[in-house]
Each structure stands twice: as C-alpha cells, then as structure tokens.
Design a protein around this ligand. Structure first.
Ligand code: B12
Length: 225
C-alpha cells in the first residue's frame, strides 16, 4: 500500500495505527501530518482521541484486553509528546497556577496530560503531580505552591470517590477555601462533581481551560468587592 499523503489518508492511518498500538508508525504519521501542514488539533481531535474511544468501546465489548489498551495508550502518548510544544506554544502570560494530578489508585494519565497541554497553551503555569496521587500529597503540594486551582483526574468508577477523600483532606488541612477544586475524567459528570462538592467540572480539555478561567475570574472579582 502506498504511503498516505492527503490529510484524509493521514488521519485514517493515524486512527488505524493508534488502534493497533503501532507507536513508531503513529509517531511517523504525526510528523508527516505536521510536515504537510496539518494542524496538531486536527490530528488530535479527528484521529487520536476517536481512536482511543474505539479502543475503550472494544475493551467494553471484550474484543480488546488490557495489553491492547496499554499499547494504544502508549502510541497516543508518543504522538502527544510531539504535539505538546505546538499546542502549548501561544506565548501568553500566566493567567494562574493549576496543580493537577490523577487520583490515588488510578494510572490513567492521557486525559490529564491533554488538559495540561491545553492549560499551558492558554497561559497557565501547570504543576503536574503525575498519577496515583494520594490526598496527603495534594495537600502538601497546595501548601508549597499555593495554586489558584487544583485538578483531580479519575478514569475509573472505583477511583472517583477519591475526589471526596481529597476534598475532605483539604478541608481538614484548612485549605478548602484557598483553592478552586476542579474534577474530570471519562466517567465523571457535572452531577457527580456537584455531589462531591467540587467547584468545577469539564468534559474535555478546552472546556476545562474555559471553566478554570471563569472560576479564577469569579474568585478574583469576589475578592475585590
Ligand atoms: C488507555 C486506557 C488504559 C491504559 C492507561 C494508559 C495511560 N497512560 O493513561 C491502561 C492499559 C494502563 C489502562 C488500565 C486500566 N483500565 Co483503562 N482505559 C483506557 C482507555 C482505552 C482510554 C483512556 C484515555 O486515555 N482516553 C483518552 C482521553 C483523552 O480521554 P477523555 O475522557 O476524553 O479525556 C478528557 C476528559 O476526561 C477531561 N479530563 C480528564 N482529566 C481531567 C481532569 C480535570 C481536572 C478536568 C477538568 C478534566 C479532565 O479532559 C480530557 C481531555 O479532553 C479507556 C476507555 C475510554 N474511552 O475512556 C479505558 C478505561 C478508562 N479503562 C478501564 C479499565 C476497567 C481499566 C482497568 C481497571 C483494566 C484492568 N482490568 O486492569 C485498568 C486500571 C488501572 C488503574 N489502576 O488505573 C475502563 C473504566 C471503566 C469504569 N467505568 O471504571 C475504561 C472506560 C474502558 C472500558 N470501556 O471499560 N487503561
């Protein structure tokens, strides 16, 4: 088969190769796409993310197992490493500090990393605590960095209750009023975010940026009246 050359062919190949977890080929296609003038956003939203959604659907149906999810996730992460500087390169001044982490018991980090990239692109200073972050670690990092917002990411229904545990830890440490709490991740909903007492929720990275800016703005104007 000849190498894909039109944007449609590149997107299709990116989707297919991410689905089978062919990391070297995904990397190569990402670079080919960029060289041929495609935007990082189109490759992300029209190929890479839809492909991971299909991986999840196949896992749910029992057609894929953990190893397939793992290699697809790795292929996606490799492409993100190439796209990150391009997505983040807006040169905006810092609009606030965002402390981010995946909650304890959860290793999913692709969604979190995407939010971080978009936040950086919008001018946020982002501190990423990584995955499996325990409540005490969030507390210590908030005390150290004094962020405007702390974000908790969870991708499992079994780890979502960590949002509440984290919020309780902040309250106990006397920090709950000093930081805006945002939550997100594939199984999270606005209703769940409200139920655990978070200040904000967003379903995707661009909505997360918008919501974080709104919440910071609201807090700053409340402090000046
Ligand atoms: C890749 C993957 C893995 C990889 C993770 C690799 C990595 N480095 O992240 C590996 C193989 C390790 C893995 C493991 C497991 N996984 Co998994 N995984 C997935 C998969 C296919 C993709 C997840 C992903 O990265 N999506 C891409 C991103 C971009 O998703 P997104 O939701 O659009 O992200 C946006 C929002 O969520 C939001 N967001 C994210 N975080 C935050 C944070 C804040 C603050 C805000 C505001 C917004 C926000 O913005 C993001 C960007 O736009 C999903 C299926 C799916 N479609 O979600 C299953 C899935 C999440 N996994 C699942 C399961 C069951 C598991 C395992 C338990 C499997 C097992 N039996 O071992 C383990 C758990 C390991 C653990 N302890 O964490 C289930 C969860 C089911 C459930 N309801 O709990 C899913 C849904 C698959 C399925 N359909 O059943 N997995």
């Amino acid at each position: 088969m000849s190498d894909p050359s039109t944007p449609q062919e590149i997107l299709r190949a990116l989707y297919d190769e991410t689905l089978v977890g062919n990391a070297p080929r995904v990397l190569e296609l990402t670079r080919t796409g960029l060289d041929s003038g495609m935007t990082p956003e189109s490759m992300l939203f029209e190929a890479l993310i839809p492909s991971l959604e299909e991986v999840g659907a196949r896992f749910e149906r029992g057609d894929f197992f953990v190893p397939e999810m793992l290699i697809a996730g790795r292929a996606m992460s490799g492409a993100l490493d190439v796209l990150r500087p391009l997505l983040a390169d807006t040169g905006a001044d810092s609009v606030g500090t965002f402390l981010m982490g995946t909650v304890k018991g959860d290793v999913h980090d692709i969604g979190k990393n995407l939010v971080n990239i978009m936040l950086e692109g919008a001018g946020f200073h982002v501190i990423d605590l990584g995955v499996q972050v325990a409540p005490e670690k969030f507390v210590a990092a908030i005390e150290e960095h004094r962020p405007d917002v702390v974000g908790f990411s969870a991708f499992l229904t079994t780890t979502m209750p960590m949002f509440k545990a984290n919020i309780n830890a902040l309250t106990k440490a006397g920090l709950r009023d000093q930081v805006i709490v945002m939550v997100g991740g594939a199984p999270v909903t606005q209703e769940y975010a409200d139920a655990v007492g978070a200040d904000g929720y967003a379903a995707d990275a661009s909505a997360a940026v918008k919501r974080a800016k709104e919440l910071i703005q609201r807090r700053r104007s409340a402090m000046t009246v």
